[in-house]
Structures are given as C-alpha cells and as structure tokens.
Design a protein around this ligand. Sequence first.
Ligand SMILES: NC(=O)c1ccc[n+]([C@@H]2O[C@H](COP(=O)([O-])OP(=O)(O)OC[C@H]3O[C@@H](n4cnc5c(N)ncnc54)[C@H](OP(=O)(O)O)[C@@H]3O)[C@@H](O)[C@H]2O)c1
Length: 392
Amino acid sequence: MPKTMSAMVLTGHGGPEKLVYYNDFPVPQPGAHDVLIEVSACGLNNTDIKVREAQYAVDFDPNSDLDETSAAASIAATNGETGLSFPRIQGADIVGRIAAVGNKVSQDRVGERVLVDFSIYHAKDTDGSPRMDLSNVDYIGHGADGGFADYVVVPALNAHKIQRNIPDAELATFGCATLTAEHMLSRVSAKSGDKILITGAGGGVGSAAIQLARARGAIPYAVTSRGKEEQILSLGAEACICRQDFTDQSGGFDKDAFLVAVTEATRSNRSVDVVIDQVGGSMFHGLLQALRPDGHYISAGTISGYTPRINLHTVYMAFLNIHGSSQGQPEDFARIVDYIEAGKIGPTLGGIFPLSQLHHAQKTFQAKNYVGNIVVVPDAKWKEFGEPDARR
Ligand SMILES: NC(=O)c1ccc[n+]([C@@H]2O[C@H](COP(=O)([O-])OP(=O)(O)OC[C@H]3O[C@@H](n4cnc5c(N)ncnc54)[C@H](OP(=O)(O)O)[C@@H]3O)[C@@H](O)[C@H]2O)c1
C-alpha cells in the first residue's frame, strides 16, 4: 500500500482556490470497523460547493432585518454541531474497490467493488449501540474525508457491494442524489398510481426521482429546462413542463400559466398527489396549488432560493402536508442497491473529468447544461477514459 496519494483538499471556506491538489497527501488507515477503498470514480454535488462557500444559512430568520449572508454557515450535523474541520477531502458519491479492511471486518471483502452510502449515522441507543437513523446524521466529505482522492476510509457498513456490470464512472452517478430522492419518496409514502410532480428534473436528485417513482409504479411529471425534454422522457417521465415558459430573466414566475400547463400534463385540475421539489424560490406557491387536497409537498433543496413567501390559506384550506427531507436511511440505500442490481434504475452520466480538474468539473456542474450528474476520476485512472474529449 502506498504511504501517500493524490487528493483534492479543501483548505478553508471560500472560492475554488480553497481546493488544492496534492500528490503527497497521507493515505488514510482503516479503523477496526472500516474499509479502505481505492477510489475509481466520485460524483459531484451542490452540497460540496455550498459547504465550501459556507452557504447553509439554517438559522436565518427571513423576518429579521439581517442580511441572509450574515447567517450563512457551513452545514451542521442534525445535532447542531458541525463535523467540518480543515483540511477536508470532499466527495460523497464514491465508487471503488476495497483495498484493505479493519481487524473487525472480514478479509473476504478485500477486492469487492463497492458504492458508498455517504451518510454518517452518529445516533446511539440508550445502551450506546449505534442507531442508523437520521436523528443525528452527517456525511462523508463533510464530517469525514471523502472520495476526491486515490483512497478513502469509510465504515464497512456504508460500503455496498455492486455486481451489476455498469462502468465505475456511471455507478458514481448514484449516491447522494439517488438516496435523497428515494428517501423523499419514502417519507411521503409514494405509491403505485400516484401523480408525482418533480422539479429540477434534469439534475441529480430530479432525474433519480423520475426513475425511482417509476420503480414504485407511480407516474412522474417533470419540470425541466428546454432542450432536456427528450432525455427526461426517456428516463420515464410521463410529460415535461418547460420552466422557461413561466420564468423570466429576473426570476419572475407566471404561476397561472404554470398551473394550466400542469393541468394539461396531468389531464386534470389540482390532481398532483406529491411534489418532489429541489428548486423552491418563486415556483413554490404554484407547486402548492398544483396539489390535490391532502397532497404532499416535500423539499430537499432550494436551488433557486430558500425563502419563498407562503400563503397559509392555501395550506390549511386544502389540508396540505409539507415535509422536509435530507439524505436517507440505510433501508433506502439497500432499496437503491436492489434497484441497481435488478436494472430497475440506470445511470445518467453528464460528464467525466480527471480529479485534478475538479475546478473545471464544478464549473460545468454549475452550468447545468446536462442531465444527471458529473463524475471525477483519480488522475492515475484517467487513462482508462482516454483524453478529455472522451467526456460524455
Ligand atoms: N438535502 C439533501 O440531502 C440534498 C441532497 C442532494 C441535493 N440537495 C440539494 O437539492 C438541490 C438539487 O440537487 P441536485 O443534486 O439535483 O442538483 P443538480 O444536479 O445541480 O440539479 C439541479 C437542477 O435544478 C434545476 N435548476 C437549476 N437552477 C434552477 C433555477 N434557478 N430555477 C429552477 N430550476 C433550476 C436544473 O434542472 P432543469 O434544467 O431540469 O430545470 C438543474 O439541473 C440542490 O440545492 C442541492 O443542494 C439536497
């Protein structure tokens, strides 16, 4: 085993310049219950960028006179304490092979190809034994080093063997986004026949939600950008609603025209059972009004703004249910692994970059001109993918 490795290291809060590429970073050692993974691919996430920029203003009160940036902070674990310290290697969506194991893990696992559940479950039962639920959760790449490196150590329980023959870079498009989408569907008990309206459908969470809704027998309707419709329909969307038809450059949103389009797509008025929303912002109120009485709105992200205004008449008069969701539980991840192995969900790869070009990869990721997710590959393995013109 080498003593040092290449790694993209986050050195503090700030811009991309805080991500520094090292060729001599120490290879981590597995603890008793851990595995050491030789990384072959790692997916990108908005969360890594927002953490770097300290954009998680969870304590911001929109009614206060304060500027929201004054409340910006790094994401906190659900116990209120941040697990982040510097230097930190980010990267949550890890695929690789087990290279070594801790002394409480079976040696038979060495060589397994694995996809990593990125959640760090901190909760404990009263007898001190670990409880893998969401009451105290952090994630790999924030509370512990992640996969933007040649090697990473994770708890053995988080490393899931994958046998289906999918290239590693494609496998790395599952992970954070897929787990988040599956947990959202679980939280609202989405079931066969439900009409599910999904925003940000071209993104990692949205494109996963389309496939996962279909896997449950539900009917997904996509809100997406012009130009992505064909790919979104091929993932299983029943119909696409183009957001540029209702939004203007200044963020204004024509709610009434949007509701007409939803009615046309779903073929009836206010008949949506579930809204899976990653967008928030000015679209929020229209999304509530698209729901049937007693329908469910659930948010796991706010890519266009986190302080929308809300008309509470709309909520209580229609008996609406509003949920928040983050990450997911081990049983959600186990279902995802089953779906992958059974071929019920497939990868959606928007591009591949060598790890040393993470800055460039994140720029492409933020432009959002692709469907699915973008993946980086350790430079030592980049040759297998050819030169950058082999990006997809
Ligand atoms: N809570 C959690 O555990 C968790 C986990 C993962 C992600 N998230 C959050 O969820 C959000 C989506 O994540 P993701 O991984 O799916 O991101 P992503 O891959 O970057 O996709 C986001 C999609 O949202 C749409 N979009 C972008 N800007 C928009 C705007 N201004 N207005 C309307 N739509 C816009 C685009 O899709 P179209 O072009 O199709 O419209 C874009 O592809 C992010 O805010 C992320 O931080 C939360």
